[in-house]
Design a protein around this ligand. Structure first.
Ligand code: BGC
Length: 250
């Protein structure tokens, strides 16, 4: 069976694998290539071509995550990536570079799709807000299983600060915050978001989510909040899912 291919474009590594969508698992072992520096669109496209060429038998669609706003395949923001991405038609660039049908999706939106289909929010109805705590704060709104893309909650301004500058995992590391100190900032962020959107569930992803028992119990929210289940597979699995079924036309 020809499985869709997912690629997760991260700050240090670009990871790809064919994904078995029935199981929500990699169909073959994933390949990882270090992210080129600078990570310009052309340099990254060359890595994608190499990744896809590692699985020559396949012609299935390819999904790719990008840590920025993506509308109809075009990247519109670059908070934590090379500014050359802004205005890049990434669908067209990667389709040309790989010779495959490529669909680009925001990284947090991909994680959101994967968590709702296979992970911590599986089978949950209503509004699920998936957040990723990493270099920035990513967010995905999934309502009754349907993604509403580009929510970008990391850029909410709260108390005069951009939320991700205060509460991303990079802020914890940069400022040497203890978990209780960081949790105070997360409390402000999640409380603000729940007041605005009244979600049914928060899912917390990003690498730090594997230490969730050190900070999630410190939060006092009305909304249930749980750690992500797919961990570092969410980007690849969500990207493949998006390429296969979540693509909005246009
Ligand atoms: C970007 C988002 C991205 C998030 C996590 C933010 O700075 O604006 O598009 O999802 O970081 O990578």
């Amino acid at each position: 069976m020809d499985h869709p291919f997912g690629i997760d474009f991260g700050g240090t590594g670009i990871k790809g694998a064919p994904v078995d969508l029935a199981a929500g698992e990699f169909a073959q072992e994933r390949v990882r290539i270090p992210t080129p520096r600078p990570a310009t669109p052309a340099a990254v496209a060359a890595v994608f071509a190499e990744l896809v060429a590692s699985f020559p038998a396949s012609t299935a669609p390819v999904g790719v995550t990008v840590p920025g706003v993506v509308r109809h395949g075009v990247v519109h923001s670059a908070a934590n990536i090379d500014p050359a991405w802004i205005g890049t038609d990434a669908d067209a660039l990667f389709t040309e570079a790989t010779g495959r049908d490529v669909h680009v999706v925001n990284d947090a939106d991909a994680a959101g799709l994967a968590e709702v289909r296979y992970g911590a929010a599986r089978g949950r109805r209503g509004l699920v807000i998936v957040t990723t705590l990493g270099t920035g704060i990513g967010s995905a709104f999934v309502h009754d299983g349907v993604l509403v893309p580009s929510s970008e909650l990391g850029h909410l301004e709260i108390d005069g600060h951009e939320a991700e500058h205060r509460a991303a995992n990079s802020a914890r590391e940069r400022e040497g915050l203890t978990m209780p100190q960081w949790a105070e900032r997360l409390q402000v962020f999640y409380r603000h978001v729940e007041r605005l959107f009244s979600p049914d569930l928060f899912v917390v992803g990003g690498g730090i989510s594997k230490q969730s028992e050190e900070f999630l119990p410190l939060l006092d929210l009305e909304t249930e909040i749980v750690p992500a289940a797919l961990r570092n597979k969410a980007g690849v699995v969500g990207a493949a899912l998006y390429a296969s079924e979540g693509v909005a036309e246009g």
